[in-house]
Design a protein around this ligand. Structure first.
Ligand code: BGC
Length: 924
């Protein structure tokens, strides 16, 4: 049996009161359509792309009973290349293309039509389109090029360009571009596309993404100039305490395929005829920032006829095409912008701008001055308690942008190939009065759509949610990173796995993680071990830490449950198996007690620990728990994939792992050898204990929390499951009390001292205003934000059923905790006001928006629920007097749209189809 979040604790005394399926005809329409989870994507290199459509109706209980898809080469659909015909199926997400082979760079148009359960048909959807990428390495007809070494110094960003002539009418023109390093491409004086830091970051030697752009509007008949400037980026900047991890030479590969109106075609792109030069960028690095001398700018370098400066022939390189892949995730784009909220003169005499939000991106600055005047911007996350600019926690990362002015008025600067993590900016070289309007902080992150919203009647909790979201924005810059500011910014696997589920509530992270998981598999060692960071840029052998390497099983499973696409399991299956096999190979009698582990990273550890309050958890106990968890997820996966042999194999393995755990780490009376919260949380969450030992373990956990005066003591690995376990074992009030705890260590402590993002440590800034050790003290680290999952699933109660026909919110549960009491008078008295009176949450799924919003007004609870078309939901109302429940203003049992209900003393369960419902009820 697959584990499910829906532990039905109550006996359902179900009686079907009313079939209620409305007999009137159902209006159904296709509202939005997606290919590979994106709208009208370009550059798909999957030969069988998948379609998803989101349905809408203003009726209740609407389901899809059949669909028909047509795919065509033209928008008129006169000769579809594939017509699925009417398929009797309720599948509306991830439907696989099953027509003839798709061709490189070809545009395809598609539409879908559906029938509801009464067989009444929708109209055809809008017409969607997508374009295939270059499907075969032989499609690349251009050559890798590097700058002529005479045209740039080692650190300067080279510019490479060419001119070519178009003499016929253009039908389509597609640019496929990538680089070793970063590139910013231009065509006829304009940037191509609006993405930053292309081609993104992957395990470059095995997987290098190219981007696909429609340049048909930017190209013109006559002479065209195309080219790109290159930066070092992740490819060759100092990274992870090394230089030139992937190579020391930036290179460009650019191909433009033009199809003319007369049906002929032509290919242009990088070759030996290109020329290179340099421009204003003197250096640009990930950690250290960018240096531009605008006196050296070749402003119009991509405009035909502009021959400013010296251009030398490029070198052709033989780098091959084997590692090239199309881009699957969303590009990094510009998002929110901020103006300074204050110009601060610090006690140390610095002029510092405060943008009010810790963010990742850069400052766009407007400046005027004499030629050669130099301005500098330093970036920091926080000020000291004395109000001085603080950069010690950036370690070796300089985070400094330097601009040399050329004497013209109102020059605008921003880095091209670097970004910073900051809230505060220190200014150098600015003369006269500072005009805040000259500065704009721009947030950059992967352009994932926002899917979740969560707000409550408590302002601190709302700020916590804000901080979680900003932790995500700042660290989802093409790969999930630990932090975005110090000399690290790496794809730490542990951080990513603990946060993945929360991330999937806040934003559509499907493609983002799917792409990154392929890098996990690509960088996985031959023996199955998984590196600490992905892409792997640390030392060989830096791998295999429990709770980090389990990213290989946890993230695919989370993606499957949130998005309902079993292909992620299929694609990652070998990698998942290899990781479990590795743990098994390191075990003796199923006990895994070897190797290096980070353990419950950054758990509570008081400075002067004379009475042994540090919450240390045995690292091998943790390892054994994750060994079991990964094996459980692998067994689940085998079952989903219909691989019964593997399912049996991993179920047996799991049994042995748990037995070994009991023998080694649990006393006969059920005490764990480590008495920490994390030890009990992991043992309970992963079902390591036999049922009869679970409630005493939960009691021990609860009394441990009380022993710390209602504080958590967990680190990276225990924290994500802490409140879940408490709620599951009947200690919801304690979970709520921990959440609302304002004193350190707690989630709200940083909020009370002004945090705008999640911190790496519970006490990054201590109550006395001093900082934790600068060697490890990021103020933008999302891991502890993993509480977000519990806020959505338990406070708002939005859950998906985790069964093969329920995942991805096809079957929904709305199970909020309306009653959230403090179990500690202390916490209650921390000026928290009344316990929550309101929670509003929504989640945009592949079926549409799910909503669960509740408010308690004068003893009456009002719950608003939105259930998308083609899904069903169970709503759970605890202790409600079922006779007095109303739905949309009517008595429950007279409401025709409700298809099933049942009740017990503790709980009323109402089964619903799609629609918008407002329930009101009183506690019985
Ligand atoms: C990172 C963490 C990471 C850890 C491993 C740190 O330097 O910032 O978030 O998971 O190393 O212990």
């Amino acid at each position: 049996m697959i584990t499910t979040r829906l532990l039905l604790k109550h006996v359902i005394l179900g009686i079907i009161l009313l079939s209620g399926i409305a007999s009137f005809s159902q209006a159904i329409k296709v509202e939005r359509i997606l290919v590979e989870n994106r709208q009208n994507p370009l550059g798909i290199d999957l030969v069988k792309p998948k379609f998803t459509w989101i349905l809408a109706s203003d009726k209740f209980n609407v389901n899809q009973s059949a669909y028909q898809i047509q795919v065509s080469n033209s928008e008129d659909f006169k000769n579809p290349i594939w017509d699925s015909g009417k398929q009797q199926s309720d599948q509306s997400v991830h439907v696989t293309y099953a027509g003839p082979d798709l061709k490189s760079l070809t545009y395809y148009y598609w539409r879908v039509k559906v029938w509801d359960q009464n067989n009444s048909a929708s109209k055809w959807s809008v017409i969607g389109k997508w374009q295939m990428a270059l499907l075969d390495t032989s499609d690349w007809q251009v050559k890798w090029i590097t700058a002529n070494p005479e045209s740039t110094t080692a650190k300067q960003s080279p510019i490479l360009r060419t001119e070519f002539r178009i003499s016929k009418e253009i039908k389509t023109a597609t640019a496929s571009i990538t680089a070793r390093g970063l590139y910013e491409a231009q065509l006829n004086g304009e940037k191509i596309g609006d993405a930053y830091f292309t081609p993104g970051w992957t395990s470059y030697n095995k997987r290098l993404q190219y981007q696909t752009y429609d340049v048909s509007k930017q190209l013109k008949q006559g002479l065209n100039t195309i080219g790109a400037q290159l930066g070092e980026g992740w490819y060759s900047s100092p990274l992870a305490w090394n230089d030139n991890i992937y190579g020391d030479k930036s290179a460009l590969l650019l191909q433009v395929n033009v199809v003319y109106a007369d049906g002929t075609s032509e290919v242009f792109g990088t070759d030996e005829n290109w020329k290179s030069s340099s421009g204003s960028i003197q250096y640009s690095e990930v950690y250290n920032g960018e240096f531009q001398d605008s006196r050296l700018n070749k402003e119009n370098w991509s405009q035909s006829g502009n021959n400013e400066g010296i251009w030398l022939p490029v070198n052709v390189e033989d780098f091959g095409f084997d590692n090239l892949i199309a881009t699957y995730n969303e590009p990094i784009r510009e998002h929110e912008s901020f103006k300074p909220i204050e110009v601060i003169k610090t006690p140390e005499g610095d002029t510092v701008l405060d943008f009010g939000q810790n963010l990742v991106g850069f400052v766009r600055v407007r400046a005027s001055g004499k030629p050669g005047d130099t301005i500098k911007l330093d970036h920091a996350e926080i000020l000291t308690r004395e109000n001085n600019f603080y950069t010690d926690n950036l370690r070796a990362a300089k985070q400094q942008n330097t601009y040399v002015l050329n004497g013209s008025k109102n020059q605008v600067f921003e880095p091209t190939f670097s970004w910073q993590g900051f809230r505060y900016v220190r200014l150098h070289g600015f003369n006269g009065e500072i005009n805040p309007d000259d500065f704009t902080a721009i947030a950059l992150y992967s352009d994932m759509s926002k899917t979740g919203s969560f707000s409550t009647s408590n302002a601190l909790l709302n700020q916590l949610q804000h901080n979680i979201e900003w932790g995500q924005k700042g660290n989802f810059l093409d790969v999930p990173t630990d932090c975005p500011q110090r000399d690290e910014r790496l794809g730490w696997t542990g951080d990513a796995q603990v946060f993945a589920s929360t991330a999937a509530f806040n934003m559509q992270v499907d493609n983002f993680f799917t792409k990154w998981m392929k890098d996990v598999a690509a960088d996985q060692l031959d023996n199955g071990s998984v590196p600490y960071v992905i892409p792997q840029v640390l030392r060989d052998g830096d791998s295999g830490s429990a709770g980090w390497a389990d990213v290989a099983t946890i993230v695919p499973w989370e993606l499957y449950t949130h998005y309902g696409d079993r292909d992620i399991l299929l694609d990652q299956y070998e990698s998942m198996k290899a990781w479990v096999a590795y743990m098994q190979s390191q075990s003796t009698n199923y006990l895994w007690n070897k190797g290096n582990h980070f353990g419950d990273w950054l758990f509570y550890r008081p400075d002067d620990d004379t009475d042994g309050r540090a919450a240390i958890t045995d690292k091998y106990l943790i390892a054994q728990c994750f060994f079991a968890h990964s094996t459980q997820l692998l067994a689940n996966t085998a079952q989903v994939l219909g691989n019964n042999k593997d399912y049996q194999k991993y179920t047996t393995l799991l049994k042995n792992i748990k037995e070994a755990f009991l023998k080694e780490y649990v006393t006969p009376s059920g005490r764990l050898v480590s008495g920490s919260q994390t030890a009990y949380v992991l043992a309970l969450n992963f079902d390591m204990l036999p049922i009869e030992l679970r409630s005493q373990a939960a009691d021990r956990l609860a009394s441990n929390i009380r022993g710390y005066n209602y504080h958590l003591t967990t680190g990276f690995l225990g924290t994500p499951y802490l409140c879940k376990v408490l709620t599951r074992f009947g200690y919801h009030d304690l979970a709520y009390t921990l959440l609302m705890q304002k004193s350190y260590p707690s989630w709200l402590y940083p909020v009370t001292v002004g945090a705008t993002t999640i911190w790496e440590r519970w006490d990054g800034r201590k109550p006395d205003g001093t900082f934790q050790t600068p060697t490890m003290n990021s103020f933008n680290h999302y891991a502890y934000g993993a509480i977000g999952d519990w806020m959505y699933t338990e406070l708002a109660g939005i859950q998906t059923e985790i069964t093969t026909d329920g995942v991805g919110y096809k079957k929904i549960s709305i199970r909020p905790h309306f009653e959230n009491k403090y179990s500690s008078e202390d916490v209650k008295n921390q000026n928290q006001g009344e316990p929550l009176t309101e929670v509003n949450a929504s989640l945009e799924t592949y079926y549409g928006a799910v909503e669960s919003s509740w408010a308690i007004e004068q003893g009456q609870t009002v719950l608003k629920v939105a259930i998308p078309v083609n899904t069903t939901a169970d709503v759970f109302l605890p202790e409600a007097d079922s006779g007095k429940i109303t739905v949309n203003g009517k008595a429950l049992n007279s409401f025709r749209a409700i298809i099933f209900r049942s009740s017990s003393e503790d709980e009323t369960q109402i089964s619903l189809g799609s629609g918008l419902y407002t329930f009101t009820f009183n506690k019985s």
